[in-house]
Design a protein around this ligand. Structure first.
Ligand code: SAH
Ligand code: DHB
Ligand code: MG
Length: 222
């Protein structure tokens, strides 16, 4: 078993369960052309997020980390006609690519790309008292995950689902010898989930086109 096999199986699943999807495929092509790193979720992961949001019946979705809007297109598609997605992005260039991709995918009317550091945007939303989100996807700078969790809990309600990407990173999360900021951030995030009586959480590892990684999933109890 090796990374090549993981890729082949991902291709096999994606071919069957997702297939050619112009809006999504074009979004990745435009992102590559603009020089963005290909650190978007894989197609089958994007559809997995879409399904989670659908299952949850999410009407208000929050994403931290837009990049070129690939996962945002998936999440926007999960929304009902009057649903909204707010997605936070620090880099102006990324936000511009995302806006163009979201427009081309026909979901612009449901999506607001908020430029700026996510912590600032989150603090502003808390201060403004925006309505709670039903589904939250955390996928930006992992070192800030503990701070993101603290903020998004103020933007949640009982039943809100919180998913965090990249919680495994080739197994580094469970290897205490790894002390870099991203891994420490994820480790602290998991510990916060574990010790917060308001939350129920699990985490699953994934292998595939994006290597060996994983998602943490949480539901807010009360
Ligand atoms: N969710 C995207 C991938 C996001 S990659 C997808 O799957 O398609 C992570 C993104 O987070 C990058 O675009 C990066 O610029 C952004 N980011 C990193 N630090 C940030 C911060 N402090 N505030 C807001 N965005 C940040
Ligand atoms: C990186 C970030 C991501 O969100 C991801 O899915 C993969 C890699 C990174 O910063 O390397
Ligand atoms: Mg990610």
């Amino acid at each position: 078993m090796n990374e090549q096999t993981w890729h082949a199986v991902d291709e096999w699943f994606c071919e069957r369960l997702i297939g050619y999807d112009p809006a999504l495929d074009d979004a990745l092509a435009a992102s590559a052309k603009a020089g963005l790193r290909a650190i978007n979720v894989a197609p089958n992961q994007g559809k997995f997020l879409y399904l989670l949001a659908r299952i949850q019946g999410a009407r208000r979705v929050l994403e931290i980390g837009t990049l070129g809007g690939y996962s945002a297109i998936w999440l926007a598609r999960a929304l009902p006609a009057d649903g909204t997605l707010v997605t936070l992005e620090a880099m102006t260039a990324n936000a511009a690519v995302a806006r163009a991709n979201l427009a081309a995918a026909g979901v612009s009317d449901k999506v607001t790309v908020v430029e700026g550091l996510a912590l600032d945007s989150l603090d502003r939303m808390v201060e403004e008292g925006v309505a709670p989100f039903d589904f939250i996807f955390i996928d930006a700078d992992k070192s800030n995950n503990p701070h993101y969790l603290e903020r998004v809990l103020k933007l949640s309600r009982p039943g809100t689902v919180i998913v965090a990407d990249n919680v495994v990173r080739d197994g580094r999360v469970a290897d205490e010898a790894h002390r870099d900021d991203d891994v420490v951030g994820v480790r602290r995030y998991i510990d916060m989930l574990a010790h917060d009586a308001r939350l129920e959480s699990s985490a699953v590892q994934t292998v595939g086109a994006k290597g060996w990684d994983g998602f943490a999933i949480t539901v807010v109890k009360a």
